[in-house]
Ligand binder design. Structure first.
Ligand code: NAP
Length: 331
């Protein structure tokens, strides 16, 4: 089986498989499952980083089995089930230019290939209750959702936008932590599924362009946090949802990356707009403990065979998915 590669912008194809050499501190991982993020859709189209050299193995989310270890490796042994971390050199502590630059699926080759070679520090053990495709959902989407909400105490009220990968993890993690969650969606059917996952209240953002009013009807004093995956196009509504001192966890750009914005509410209400770029290995470990304690299973929309990987991009672009789209490994 061959690695999938972005050969030119908009074009996925299969390159040649060559087994990479292993240094003393590296680990060889047989990739057993991969999952897609919206970032991979942007990357394929050349919208994420048009200067990225090609070909590139796409995707940052995945899970696999350790099949070989370098002679100085102490953290892993053959047979261990692992996930690679998104930023391979960000183990802990605050972000720095160096720590957030070594990310899978661009600029580094990603997970959509038969095997990967990574430093032993760039891995986290898979939670035992998850199968391969479920585990493959964690590295980017779940860690991002965790970082968006982990500072909110039990009883907080939060807004989660849409029913994509990050948002459903935010819903599940927030409910496990005792928060109240309002979820927005463009689909009645998806809202029913979100309620079954624990959403306390749902509203249709397409039918209610001024949806902050409905949020205010639900939480009269405002909410504590908005998990902002819409970006510039939804920020104004999100700011109107917040109580004084509330937080926007700024994550995505599904509704655009730039737009004129009235900053007055930010200063008058002492709001916080906090950017999130996934997180580090320590964040992954902390999130994993919550998944294990609450026995949370990622929501997998579809599981596609390896050879049908391009269809995963089509499914994501259609917007019909609920949660994460997974691709099984080629083994
Ligand atoms: N900063 C980071 O570290 C980080 C990490 C991961 C992702 N992201 C970003 O976060 C965003 C979400 O990523 P993802 O992988 O979770 O995407 P995804 O799985 O493709 O989620 C897409 C869903 O978002 C909802 N949506 C689309 N437009 C919306 C809007 N205007 N208002 C509210 N909801 C809307 C839709 O839900 P319904 O169908 O229910 O309407 C859609 O199905 C992307 O922009 C991605 O690049 C950032």
């Amino acid at each position: 089986m061959k690695p999938w590669q972005i050969l030119e912008w908009g074009k996925l194809g299969q390159g040649e498989f060559s087994s990479l050499p292993l240094s003393a501190t590296q680990v060889r991982v047989k990739v057993r499952a991969i999952s897609l993020n919206y970032r991979d859709h942007l990357m394929l189209r050349g919208h994420y980083n048009p200067k990225q050299p090609l070909p590139l193995v796409p995707c940052s989310d995945g899970a696999g089995e350790v099949v070989e270890v370098g002679h100085e490796v102490t953290l892993w042994k053959v047979g261990d089930r692992v996930c690679p971390i998104f930023s391979q050199s960000w183990i802990g502590g605050p972000p720095s230019k160096e720590r957030i630059s070594q990310t899978l699926g661009g600029p580094l080759d990603g997970t959509l290939r038969p095997e990967m070679v990574v430093n032993e520090t760039g891995l986290v053990a898979v939670p035992v209750h998850l199968d391969w495709e479920e585990a493959a959902c964690l590295p980017c989407a779940a860690v991002t959702a965790w970082n968006a909400i982990c500072d909110q105490p039990a009883g907080s009220r939060i807004v989660v936008q849409g029913t994509g990968g990050v948002s459903l993890f935010a819903l599940q993690l927030a409910k496990a932590a005792g928060m109240e969650v309002l979820l927005t969606s463009s689909s009645q059917e998806k809202m029913a599924r979100a309620r079954a996952l624990g959403a306390d209240h749902c509203l249709n953002y397409r039918e209610n362009p001024e949806w902050s009013r409905a949020v205010r009807a639900w939480a009269r004093d405002g909410v504590d946090c908005v998990v902002e995956v819409g970006g510039a196009g939804t920020l104004e509504q999100s700011l109107r949802c917040l109580k004084p001192g509330g937080k926007i966890a700024m994550i995505g750009i599904l509704a655009g990356a730039s737009s004129p914005i009235n900053v007055l509410p930010i200063l008058m209400q002492q709001l916080r707009v906090q950017g999130v770029l996934v997180g580090n290995r320590d964040d992954f470990e902390a999130m994993k403990r919550v998944l294990e304690r609450a026995q949370i299973r990622p929501v997998v929309d579809q599981r596609l065979p390896y050879e049908q990987a391009p269809q995963a991009w089509e499914r994501l672009a259609s917007g019909q998915h609920f949660g994460k789209i997974a691709i099984s490994g080629c083994w």
